[in-house]
Structure formats: C-alpha cells, structure tokens
Design a protein around this ligand. Structure first.
Ligand SMILES: C[S@@+](CC[C@H](N)C(=O)[O-])C[C@H]1O[C@@H](n2cnc3c(N)ncnc32)[C@H](O)[C@@H]1O
Length: 200
C-alpha cells in the first residue's frame, strides 16, 4: 500500500497480516484497541479491515515516546523531536499520516496515558493489542488495566515477545507468561514476536 511506504513504524508484515485477520474475525465481538500508536503505521494497516467490517480501531498513545525513544536511547528518531516543546512528540507525524489514509474514518485516536484512559474505559473489546511502553511497570500496567476489557472469546495480542532473552527485552514476554498463568487466557500462537492469546 503506497500510502504506507513512508510511515515510520515497527510492525513486521507477517505480524501485521495476522493482526488484521484477527481484528476481522473478532470485530463482531467488539472493536479493537491498540496501546502504542507511534506514527500510526499499525493503526493505518488495521483500519483497512475495520473499513470492510464497518468497525473501528481505537489507538492510544500519549505521544511522548517510550523509554527507548528518548534522546540518546536506541530507538530515538530526531525527526520526531519537537524543538518547540523540547521533547519527543509523535503526534504531528501521526496526524499528518492519517490524513493520507483512505480509511482514516475507521481510526479513533486517543491521546493520553494508558492507565489514565483505562480508568474511564467502558467499551468491551474484541481485541487488545499491547505495543506500548517496554518497561516492566508499563507492560504490567497495560496488561492489568486493559486485559479485563476483552470479552470472552476475544483476543489479547502482545508485541515484542521474545522467549529467548538474547533476542530482546523481557517485559512483554513476562506479561505473556502472567496472562497464561492467570488461566484467563490460553495461548493460540507465537508468530515472530507477536503473541496471540484468547480470553477464556
Ligand atoms: C513501539 S511504539 C508503537 C508502534 C506502533 N504500534 C507501530 O507498530 O507503528 C510504542 C508507543 O507506546 C507509547 N507509550 C509508551 N508508554 C505509554 C503509556 N503509558 N501510555 C500511552 N502510550 C504509551 C509510546 O509513546 C510509543 O509511541
């Protein structure tokens, strides 16, 4: 899709296809919500299936970046540093990108902190995609505050799950284990670094 070519993002094609298919399958149960919008790439990909199914992708981000996006950190992108605000800010780039999306009416942006937004959330979710902060506190908060909103039969998807510590950071893998041990979720599959679980 040409309009996605220049959009910055982290989702691999195989993972994106899997998530789009799951969003399609669960849309009759409820809308999908993504924690971690960044510049909108994943939300723009998911919006196509939402458009077909007449559903929505809620995408949530405070847009000030995760730990790894800050100045001097591994994934800092200086083009996303807002000189006027003197901080990382992915919101202008996100707004510019969704302007180009043919399915932008199926994307509902939520700008705020994951925990704070969750405290007011009432809509049952067909799918929750956790792709937010990678500290243990951030990942655990995303799981604790949001996974309860997934309906039975709905999907919990977690990005950057690496069973082997040599491949990447631990927190997404840790919450994947916590989800399985809770007996509220059963593992469906692990595709690349995308873990897929179903709410029982
Ligand atoms: C890995 S990026 C998301 C990538 C995006 N899903 C994609 O594939 O294009 C993680 C995002 O989570 C956001 N984030 C981190 N902690 C957050 C929090 N507590 N509340 C809201 N957003 C948060 C960051 O601002 C960052 O944009």
């Amino acid at each position: 899709m040409k309009y996605l070519d220049k959009v910055k993002g982290f989702l691999d094609d195989t993972e994106a296809k899997k998530l789009s298919s799951l969003i399609g399958k669960t849309s009759s149960l409820g809308p999908a919500l993504e924690i971690g919008t960044y510049c909108g790439k994943s939300a723009m990909i998911f919006s196509e299936v939402c458009h077909k199914n007449n559903s929505y992708i809620f995408t949530l981000d405070h847009h000030i970046g995760s730990e790894e996006h800050q100045v001097g950190e591994e994934y800092h992108d200086e083009e996303l540093f807002d000189v006027r605000l003197n901080k990382f800010n992915s919101l202008p780039e996100f707004l510019k990108n969704i302007e180009k999306s043919p399915f932008s009416e199926n994307i509902i942006p939520i700008i705020g902190d994951s925990v704070e937004v969750s405290k007011n959330w009432k809509i049952p979710l067909g799918l929750l995609f956790i792709d937010g902060g990678h500290s243990m506190k951030a990942a655990k908060n995303d799981f604790d505050y949001w996974s309860k909103h997934i309906v039975s039969g709905g999907i919990l998807a977690i990005h950057d799950v690496f069973p082997n510590p040599k491949d990447g950071g631990r927190p997404p893998y840790e919450i994947f284990c916590i989800a399985k041990e809770s007996n509220k979720f059963k593992e469906i599959e692990l595709i690349k670094s995308l873990a897929v679980l179903e709410k029982v």
